[in-house]
Design a protein around this ligand. Structure first.
Ligand code: ARG
Length: 398
């Protein structure tokens, strides 16, 4: 049996450099590349396939788009998935990418894994956790982390080994893209005070150049997930892509934040997540209508913990299952319609309705007589009783 390594392959410089390295420096005879499509730009997917062919690997492209939507994005929507203002787009894709690599490795009987993560980022945690969970005895090689290779060394090495380099397009920005969002890092963006240049954005127009009339849309949810846009039912994948278009055209979805990475580094991050910036506020608006006061307060804590676990890539942590038991128990009620207005970079909820609304116009209205207001008198009298007692004691003690 030839010694076999499964490489999580993006087609970029880092992971391409890994191919000859696996053969020459690590002694693997069979290099198997796996590219997982979670909504990659089609050119990138093609480029990965071509490079793999050129470099003579056994290559697998795996279309995991629908699985990504149903098993990763949908749970993120139910949990209002967020970490420090980041809708977790890259974070939730990593466990799925790793899982697909594991499936290939199990099928072909691999001796090792290889990935291109550096030692500074979060992805090494996310990917290796999944690999170790399912194949605990299979070694994981991370050349970028082991050798701390510089970009210029890699380019020179790639030229020596006949790896095509996407011209100067091995560019200033390090971009990660999937169905839930784009992340743009590197270059001068690393300076927290440097305003993001227009060229980093691909899905959103400059809010200042967005249309002068707002776009109004209606999202319909069932069991906590969006099922229809403007009255048309569609699968999650298509719905997300449609929302991307409308939100992007109105400049909605640009995010510029400071982020605390797992290793402790504080970094500046830029994201473009138009659909997340519309769907999650809509989902929250519906929860606000159907959940009790205590459920809302507690769910905010549960969501926050879910976001931390998802950020850390602990996709198979039992604590995540515990949190999801609570989250999922609420979701059947998160069914109804939300109207939103998108305008020059902002997204506002302008209406919501649900058969499960814990709201009675009859009770709440200023005009209604159903609620006997005289009954409030006694309740108001006992309000703050202990606090008032404490003030009395303090006054008497002079
Ligand atoms: N900081 C984000 C995360 O850890 C995004 C990383 C994306 N990578 C990139 N090369 N742009 O989830």
């Amino acid at each position: 049996m030839p010694k076999t390594v499964v490489l999580v392959y993006s087609g970029g410089l880092d992971t391409s450099v890994c191919i000859p390295m696996m053969r020459e420096d690590y002694g693997f005879e069979r290099v198997v590349t796996v590219t997982v499509d979670v909504g990659l730009p089609p050119e990138e997917l093609k480029q990965a396939e071509e490079k793999a062919r050129l470099l003579g690997t056994e290559h697998y492209t795996i279309d995991a788009k629908r699985e990504f939507v149903e098993n990763y994005i949908f749970p993120a929507i139910k949990a209002n998935g967020d970490y420090q203002g980041y809708p977790l787009s890259t974070a939730i894709a990593r466990p799925l990418i790793a899982l697909k690599a594991v499936e290939v490795a199990q099928r072909i009987g691999a001796d090792a894994f290889c990935h291109g993560c550096t030692g500074k980022g979060n992805d090494q945690f996310r990917i290796e956790f999944v690999m170790r969970t399912f194949m605990p005895d299979t070694p994981i090689i991370a050349p970028m982390r082991e050798k701390t290779l510089t970009r210029s060394w890699e380019i020179e090495y790639a030229q020596r080994k006949g790896i095509p380099i996407g011209q100067s397009k091995e560019k200033i920005w390090s971009i990660d893209e999937n169905l839930w969002g784009r992340s743009i890092e590197g270059g001068r963006l690393e300076e927290p005070d440097f305003p993001p240049p227009e060229e980093i954005y691909q899905w959103t127009v400059d809010p200042r150049k967005a249309p002068d009339t707002p776009a109004e849309i209606t999202l319909e949810f069932e069991n906590g997930v969006p099922v229809a846009l403007n009255g048309t039912r569609m699968p999650g994948l298509e719905l997300i892509q449609e929302v991307h278009k409308i939100a992007g055209a109105n400049g909605v979805g640009r995010i510029d934040i400071m982020e605390d990475r797992m290793i402790g580094l504080k970094v500046r991050e830029n994201y473009e997540c138009p659909a997340a910036k519309v769907i999650i506020p809509a989902h929250q608006a519906l929860e606000a209508l159907v959940c009790t006061k205590e459920e809302r307060a507690f769910k905010a804590l549960v969501d926050q913990k879910w976001g931390e676990l998802a950020y850390a890539g602990l996709w198979y942590d039992p604590f995540k299952e515990d949190l999801e038991a609570f989250i999922n128990n609420i979701q059947p009620r998160v069914t109804g319609k939300v109207h939103l207005r998108l305008f020059k970079g902002s997204c506002a909820v302008i209406g919501r309705s649900s058969p499960y609304a814990l709201y009675s116009e009859d009770l709440a209205s200023f005009d209604s007589k159903t609620f006997d207001q005289s009954e409030a008198v006694g309740i108001v009298k006992t309000h703050g009783m202990q606090a008032r007692m404490w003030h009395l004691i303090r006054r008497n003690q002079g």
